[in-house]
Write a protein that binds this ligand. Structure first.
Ligand code: AP5
Ligand code: MG
Ligand code: ZN
Length: 213
């Protein structure tokens, strides 16, 4: 089962990919998470990616295509994977096509999680993430029992460096200019399926499960 979750920043790609990964026992491949880990570790990729991420721009296609190419070759992807935040440009989608063809793989579902820009700003500025286990929270929509600690592991909750209102607006305009065209790329191939990401989180999860089967 190979899936692509598309959608603007804050639509719920990460929230839902995490749950789908658990239910279907396939890994969530988030280029954003991988890049943040690289920045934190100070690797060469992290050093190259840092400035673009901080401004809300895109990291180069060469870097993210390289990361995903290495990642889908790993053993835990043998039964499938969920791409979360990749591909984000038509060039990335074309590169992914080539990688899949080489491995004789195909994408089962391209799912677009939609949401309104104004709601997205509120979602992103209220997001908190556990620094230890990665669980996601929201100060209003998915409140942790304590504002500073993860319900599951007690880890400290952190705010992403790129989750300021100004950066979010830039990420949204980058999404409309560079990532929305990727939807047309897939519409011209096997087609895409759409889930209304403005619904309550469990409703969105149910809609995704109904598509995936
Ligand atoms: P990335 O980490 O992918 O960020 P993004 O696309 O901006 O998306 P988000 O992670 O912000 O949103 P999400 O859809 O995962 O929302 P979430 O589920 O957390 O990328 C970061 C940066 O890395 C990019 O800007 C770029 O620089 C670089 N990058 C990454 N991939 C790249 C690529 N392929 N090419 C080039 N550069 C790349 O939900 C958000 C909040 O809302 C949470 O608090 C959650 O609890 C809440 N929420 C979720 N669903 C609901 C709901 N239904 N109702 C109410 N609240 C909800
Ligand atoms: Mg995410
Ligand atoms: Zn945790």
């Amino acid at each position: 089962m190979n899936l692509i979750f598309m959608g603007p920043p804050g639509a719920g790609k990460g929230t839902q990919a995490r749950r789908i990964a658990e239910k279907y026992a396939i890994p969530q491949l988030s280029t954003g998470d991988m890049l943040r880990a690289a920045v934190k570790a100070g690797t060469p990729v992290g050093l190259q990616a840092k400035a673009a991420m901080e401004s809300g721009g895109l990291v180069t296609d060469a870097i993210v295509v390289g990361i995903i190419g290495d990642r889908i070759a790993e053993a835990d992807c043998a039964n499938g994977f969920i791409l979360d935040g990749f591909p984000r440009t038509v060039a990335q989608a074309e590169a992914l096509d080539g990688m899949l063809r080489e491995r004789n793989l195909h994408i089962d579902h391209v799912i677009d999680i939609t949401a309104d820009d104004e709601a997205l700003v509120a979602r992103i500025t209220g997001r908190r993430t556990c620094g230890k286990c990665g669980e996601g929270y929201h100060i209003q929509f998915k409140k942790p029992a304590s504002p500073e600690a993860c319900d599951h592991c007690g880890g400290a909750l952190v705010t992403r460096a790129d989750d300021t209102e100004e950066t979010v607006r830039n990420r949204l305009s980058v999404y409309h200019a560079q990532t929305a065209p990727v939807l047309n790329f897939y519409r011209g191939k096997g087609g895409i399926e759409t889930v209304d990401g403005m619904q309550e989180m469990n409703t969105v999860f149910g809609a995704l499960c109904a598509i995936i089967g």
